[in-house]
Write a protein that binds this ligand. Structure first.
Ligand SMILES: *Cc1c(COP(=O)(O)O)cnc(C)c1O
Length: 230
């Protein structure tokens, strides 16, 4: 096995162990390989090891890599901050966008998604720790956004994406607070049909996220090694 295949097996084992701890079936958590600042060749190698879903943070960088990987059936996820002038590229070249935090962005993605493609899967990014510097909507905004976004054509609203603060504050675990917001939507009488995704947990904290119900963990460093400074 290649080094990348070995690290992938190790992460899958961590996911499986975390699921066992929480008495969840292992197939309820997907691994998203975060390939920002990694070469297309690395993505190709990891794909050969069985990894299908890859996450990117920067539109131009992602498009350049996609252009040389068109022979692979990769599922592309966008997890970076969204500038409104980039929505057309996202709508044309991705399968998922995790970082939607305002209605205008969802409306543009819906309008720009070609009817020939499958609907674009969306998650609402929630700023769970109320950090000034971070994207994401406040938790209180989630019900209203769900209501409006689930009516848009050409997109499927799947759930929430969360990146907790680096230095966690005292008090309830941010992953558990995110889980509460996610579950709250399930109790709506108009819960979106495909509300099934809680995207949270990274290299250092995926166990904690899985304990709080994460269904997709986004792992970069633990798979590929440290990213080179840009
Ligand atoms: C970079 C990044 C990750 C991966 O983080 P690692 O610590 O390298 O696993 C996950 N999610 C988002 C939104 C990121 O930007």
């Amino acid at each position: 096995m290649t080094d990348l295949a070995v690290s992938r097996q190790q992460i899958l084992k961590r996911i499986e162990n975390a699921c066992t701890e929480s008495r969840r079936p292992a197939n309820t958590v997907r691994l998203l390989a975060v390939s920002k600042q990694q070469e297309a060749g690395q993505i190709r190698a990891l794909y050969a090891a069985g990894q299908i879903a890859f996450g990117e943070n920067y539109v131009q960088e992602a498009l350049a890599k996609q252009a040389v990987l068109t022979d692979l059936a990769i599922e592309w996820h966008f997890i970076g901050q969204i500038q409104r002038n980039k929505t057309r590229d996202l709508a044309a070249h991705f399968d998922w966008v995790h970082s939607v935090d305002r209605l205008l962005i969802a409306e543009r993605l819906s309008a720009q998604r070609s009817g020939d493609l499958k609907p674009l899967n969306l998650c609402i990014e929630v700023n769970i720790d109320g950090e000034d510097t971070k994207g994401g909507c406040p938790p209180e905004a989630v019900p209203g956004l769900v209501e409006s976004m689930s009516r848009l054509p050409n997109v499927r609203l799947r759930g929430l994406m969360v990146i907790p603060a680096k230095t966690s504050s005292d008090g309830p675990d941010p992953f558990q607070r995110a889980q509460a917001v996610f579950e709250q939507v399930r109790s709506f009488h108009s819960v979106p049909e495909d509300w099934d995704t809680l995207s949270m947990g990274m290299s250092a904290d995926l166990e904690q996220a899985i304990a709080a119900g994460a269904t997709m963990v986004r792992v970069g460093t633990a798979l590929f090694g440290a990213r080179s400074a840009k």
